[in-house]
Design a protein around this ligand. Structure first.
Ligand SMILES: *Cc1c(COP(=O)(O)O)cnc(C)c1O
Length: 408
């Protein structure tokens, strides 16, 4: 037997089934007309944002990292909740513009921005989080050609990392950002050659559950931003401090202590380095805002035994849920929180392997998991599916096509 991860708070039972946004899983699937289906809950996104607003000092804004979930309805909903948007491609820019988001609320990070992407962003008035000297020079040239001063911040590759971070994006050699020691010279050059200086972006990691690591990283980020701003000799209009707050996926994972993060940050914010006295501060998060608000629903197509093992074969799989299958940056496969959605209040009575419909042994949704007895036609729920699911999975693999998506 292998345990499944903790089901996030906020999910209910209705008529014995899992309920999302007050509606049963089968009702939602009936409306969508098909499975597999991602369901994203407005109420859970609202609740998460309310927790963040309550915990963080007022001075610190919240940006949404669109790559976590770029579903148009999710972007449109987030537009009413967050202060800014972080994008990583011109495709994400187009989605934000289509949602009516003011481009001045958008910043664009990511290595390897093409000239056409830089041009689209500069025309729109998006802030470029500059990842290299070469990119900065291309942005200046494009700005001159267009007669527009590009709005530019520098993404810093700091010399420290967030300890306990699931994905390291700072410290040592990295494709992301400009090494901290090279930032002042580049900033002076960009400003001297006519860029509209927007400040600094320091992203130190992702999917961290350690409250202490987050607090320490934020202290380091503020100190570094203060030093760099002094060395640059121009005020820092905005500091994007990164985010990195993780969500519990696996047995034993515990949530970040958000009130403690907020209290520590509040203390720092009243004694900022003098160079940052006027600086607008924000954090940027994807997974923390939407990850737990999403559920992936897939239908059991077959129930079979092989050498004493029961397999529940679903119509979903790794082509929509690469991370849950254990093939997206994990070393040892562990079970995401999952359940039989149509028997949500029944007691677990049997050990099963829940697999997807792809013809590869990699396609697993839950291994050796205790579940209530389920039959063909029942729905399986995989939780924590709101971030890095639909668009971070190879939906073209094996030709089954993308899942349906719905915001409730
Ligand atoms: C991916 C990414 C994020 C979002 O990370 P989460 O773990 O989803 O919060 C934020 N900022 C940058 C620069 C990123 O690359």
């Amino acid at each position: 037997m292998k345990p499944v991860g903790p089901i996030p708070a906020g999910y209910d039972t209705l008529g014995g089934e899992l309920a999302i946004g007050g509606r049963s899983a089968s009702d939602l699937v009936a409306e969508a007309g098909r499975t597999p289906l991602f369901v994203y809950s407005r109420a859970l996104m609202d609740a998460r944002m309310a927790d963040l607003r309550a915990a963080l000092p007022q001075r610190v804004g919240v940006n949404y990292a669109v790559k976590a979930n770029p579903h148009p309805a999710v972007i449109a909903h987030m537009a009413g909740l967050v202060d800014g948007f972080d994008i990583a491609s011109s495709g994400e820019l187009a989605l934000c513009v289509a949602a009516g988001i003011d481009p001045r609320r958008i910043s664009f990070a990511g290595p390897g921005k093409r000239d056409d992407e830089l041009e689209a962003a500069i025309r729109a008035g998006v802030t470029l989080n500059c990842e290299s000297e070469g990119e900065g020079m291309r942005a200046l040239a494009i700005g001159r050609r267009l007669g527009i001063a590009p709005r530019i911040a520098i993404r810093v590759n700091p010399s420290f990392v967030m300890t306990g971070s699931g994905m390291k994006m700072g410290g040592g050699a990295k494709p992301f950002g400009v090494d901290a020691d090279k930032v002042p010279a580049l900033a002076k050059r960009l400003i001297g050659e006519g860029a509209e200086w927007r400040g600094l972006h320091i992203f130190t990691g992702s999917q961290t559950l350690s409250t202490d690591a987050i607090i320490e990283a934020q202290a380091n980020v503020l100190a570094l931003a203060g030093e760099l701003t002094e060395a640059i000799g121009h005020g820092c209009p905005k500091l994007n401090m990164g985010g990195g707050l993780g969500i519990p996926y696996f047995p034993g994972d515990t949530p970040v202590d958000l009130p403690r993060v907020g209290a520590a940050l509040a203390e720092r914010v009243v004694q900022l380095p003098p160079a940052l006295a006027e600086t607008e501060l924000c954090m940027e998060m994807g997974r923390y805002l939407v990850g737990e608000a999403g559920v992936y629903l897939t239908r059991i197509i077959d129930r079979k035994e092989s050498h004493g093992t029961t397999y529940l074969v679903t119509d979903g799989g790794l082509h929509h849920q690469l991370a849950a299958s254990g093939n997206f940056g994990t070393v040892v496969r562990r079970n995401y929180p999952s359940a039989i959605a149509t028997r949500y209040d029944a007691e677990p009575t049997e050990e099963v392997n829940i697999v997807g419909c792809l013809c590869t042994p990699l396609d697993r949704l839950a291994d050796n998991a205790m579940m209530p007895r389920a039959e063909m036609g029942d729905l399986v729920a995989v939780f924590c599916a709101g971030a890095y699911g639909a668009t971070a999975s190879p939906s073209a693999f094996l030709g089954h096509g993308p899942a349906a998506e719905m915001l409730v």
